[in-house]
Design a protein. Structure first.
Ligand code: BGC
Length: 730
């Protein structure tokens, strides 16, 4: 794979709102995915089916590649700089996760002279609309004129690949320029998306070391900065670009201008310092230290930083499966957030976790509508993939049929409640829990065995679709039903239940139904093998021979028809094993172990959401070598491009999985109703490791080594369970 495309992802700068890929300012020769995005800023695209059946969505949303705001061309006495001309004496790139910036350092020469070019980029966490570039050119031995041309270019389109179902296939232009003008020193470009008619405003201003001139151009705006320089002199330019959009602001241009004014007055130095301060706070809670292994430490730091870059914090956006780093999966939000990403934020930045839940709360109407379309009389069914809340999945067997997502959302709300006891928020969150529980009531059927069964759903494993009684789904539904009863009771005791229950006409008799169905949920178990069956027919199928499958046939989804895959025992990703991680209560050690060993043999890990889970369960069961090898694969996933498609964006769920692998894997963290539980293990390759956890407003440091301990860094005392023993941390 083209390393440059990979680097564009790895060096992107983002802040959960905007994301700009790490392309070269001066442009590329050859392929590049020159991308700039706003989380949740989409266009609507028609979904065309030759045979369209009832309820298939008519349209989907697609993350829009926005006008290019990263182009800066550099001329020396009219001669253009490029890495593909002259002589490149040095070129280094760096991501600084402590300062929150990327750097490019270039030493370059042509027949006119030698130049040092230094470029710093930042997507501000403090002012999420701001993308800042500080561009500096120093002459080593050149005397003459330096000129910069900085563009906002609206002639852009999305990246497409006809041969990969994980990226868009047809070329459509999604964004058009409405106006472009220069007002004083400010360039203003206003755009609209083609079909969704969302508005975007881009405002830009410069601190320039030379003569400056602005132009409105055919496709946007251009600013030219000129200066004469001598050897040892530099020209430094600060480019302040603000992006604002109509999903968040009524008048994005006015907002962008106000923000621009604020940021411009603060100046680059203050803004960069603000970013470093923000990150110091972030790392205070998020830091993971692995003693004895720099490579893994770097990997962890990269991953956690990318999680921060990816997470929407405004309740309007969520965490796309690729963050804001690329166009894979078209910027959609999946269950990746609730199961893989949310826990990291819950335990390190609960405010962000709350915003992620607010997104689900804000899109509850979409989930209610989706339930109706899918034939339900009541309840809320969250769509498999979405941006604004409606279903965007055009392939229902591995899409809309994944009902478990609804239970995953409920699980996240319940975890939030356990970790924070934030009843103020939960009084609103209760609506989600009740509506999702109603969905299961409407979906499960009472069988002749007096158990409740769920038919025609797909579990997490997308190589096995539309089945009865997927263990993961049934277990998730059960947790949702019983969790709704529990949270309702707690809120009622606090007098905080009526906001939600009045709003949805909730009758307390429904709670009895929830409990009855939840307690009698069927959970498939195979006596002979002593394992939980993935679903009611899974174990009757032939086992796929993975050993004899040629390497080039992976991932299987790109080489076999789905129906062919569905007829075998072969898993794309963790399914029953994931359920055992999330819901261990009531499952014996023997079943946990046998199930793990069974599914480990038939899982391809073709999805990046898989290895971390197997690693966590391997730790849990004492298969330490295996746990370590899965962890190593997880932690370097994007850095080593193990799935071969990081060019399309990061695998954000896997990044979250690397934190889970340390906290829930090696340290055995589980959050239960009665508190935090740990079960420590230390990989033999490490001297020690530590991480931090926020719980009920306190900050704890968990250190595992020759001596393991949990310390209180701030807040009130906390009770935790270490190997089942209750311990007060004060
Ligand atoms: C996985 C899904 C996941 C999606 C987005 C698919 O390959 O099978 O579980 O939600 O990718 O990351």
């Amino acid at each position: 794979m083209n390393d440059r495309l990979l680097e564009e992802t790895l060096y992107h700068v983002a802040n959960g709102y905007i994301g700009v890929r790490g392309c070269f300012e001066e442009g590329h020769k050859g392929e590049s995915i020159r991308g700039c995005y706003i989380n949740g800023f989409y266009d609507t695209v028609p979904l065309n089916y030759p045979e369209k059946l009832y309820g298939f969505p008519d349209e989907a949303q697609r993350l829009v590649n926005l006008p290019d705001v990263q182009t800066i061309r550099l001329f020396m006495d009219g001669e253009e700089f490029s890495l593909f001309s002259g002589e490149v004496l040095g070129h280094k790139r760096k991501l600084d996760t402590q300062k929150g910036v990327t750097y490019r350092d270039i030493l370059w020469k042509n027949e006119k002279g030698t130049f040092e070019i230094k470029i710093t980029r930042m997507a501000s966490f403090v002012h999420p609309e701001l993308f800042l570039i500080v561009y500096s050119v120093k002459s080593v031995d050149f005397s003459g004129e330096i000129e910069l041309a900085c563009n906002i270019n609206c002639d852009v389109s999305n990246f497409t690949d006809e041969n990969d179902p994980r990226v868009a296939s047809e070329k459509i232009k999604h964004i058009f320029m409405d106006t472009n003008k220069i007002v004083g020193d400010v360039s203003i470009v206003e755009c609209k998306t083609a079909v969704s008619k969302l508005g975007l405003s881009i405002c830009r201003q410069f601190v320039a070391g030379g003569d400056i001139a602005h132009f409105a151009t055919k496709n946007g705006c251009e600013t030219r900065i000129k200066s004469k320089i001598l050897p040892n002199q530099s020209l430094t330019t600060e480019v302040y670009t603000i992006l604002s959009d109509t999903r968040r602001r009524n008048n994005p241009t006015q907002h962008a201008l106000e923000k621009l004014n604020e940021c411009f007055n603060l100046g680059a130095e203050n803004l960069l310092q603000g970013q470093a301060d923000f990150l110091a706070d972030f790392w205070m809670c998020a830091r993971v230290d692995i003693g004895g292994c720099d490579e893994l430490n770097d990997g962890m730091e990269f991953n956690l930083y990318q999680l921060l870059q990816s997470a929407g914090r405004d309740g309007i956006s969520n965490v796309a499966s690729k963050g804001v780093s690329g166009e894979g999966y078209e910027g959609h939000y999946f269950w990746d957030t609730e199961i893989y990403i949310f826990p990291f934020f819950l335990f390190t930045q609960p405010e962000t976790a709350k915003q992620l839940l607010r997104f689900r709360l804000n899109t509850l109407d979409g989930a209610r509508n989706h339930a109706i379309v899918m034939g339900h009389k009541k309840g809320a069914l969250y769509p498999w993939r979405t941006i604004s809340g409606s279903e965007c999945s055009s392939f229902f067997p591995a899409g809309s049929a994944q009902y478990h997502l609804t239970g995953d959302v409920a699980h996240a709300f319940i975890q939030y409640y356990y970790a924070t006891d934030d009843l103020d928020f939960m009084q609103y969150g209760l609506e989600v829990l009740l509506e999702t529980a109603r969905l299961w009531l409407d979906t499960a059927n009472l069988g002749s065995d007096r158990k409740y069964h769920i038919h025609s759903v797909t579990g997490p494993d997308e190589y096995t679709c539309c089945v009865s009684d997927n263990y993961y789904t049934n277990r998730t539904a059960q947790h949702n039903l019983l969790g709704a009863v529990e949270v309702y009771a707690r809120l009622k005791k606090a007098g905080l239940h009526s906001f939600a229950s009045d709003k949805i006409n909730f009758d307390e008799s429904e709670l009895l139904e929830f409990a009855r169905v939840g307690n009698a949920m069927f959970l498939p178990y195979d006596e002979k093998l002593g394992i939980h069956a993935q679903d009611s027919s899974f174990l009757t199928k032939p086992v796929w021979n993975l050993d004899d499958t040629p390497k080039e046939k992976f991932p299987l989804l790109l080489h076999y028809h789905p129906l062919y895959l569905y007829r075998f025992q072969v898993c794309k990703q963790a399914d029953t094993v994931l359920s055992h991680f999330l819901f261990e209560d009531g499952v014996s050690e023997d079943v946990l172990r046998k199930s793990y060993l069974y599914y480990d043999k038939i899982t391809t890990h073709d999805s990046s959401l898989s290895v971390c889970v197997f690693g966590i369960m391997a730790s849990r069961l004492g298969f330490y070598e295996k746990a370590y090898s899965y962890f190593s694969e997880t932690v370097r996933g994007d850095l080593d491009n193990t799935h071969g498609n990081t060019k399309d964006g990061l695998h954000v769920a896997n990044l979250g999985g690397s934190w889970l692998a340390v906290a829930c894997g090696f340290a055995g963290l589980r959050l239960r109703k009665n508190g935090l539980h740990f079960r420590f293990s230390l990989p033999k390759q490490w001297e020690e490791y530590s991480f931090r956890v926020r719980y009920h407003g306190s900050l704890l440091k968990v250190s595992v080594g020759k001596e393991s301990k949990v310390e209180l860094l701030s807040g009130g005392s906390v009770t935790v369970f270490i190997d089942g023993v209750e311990t007060k941390i004060k």
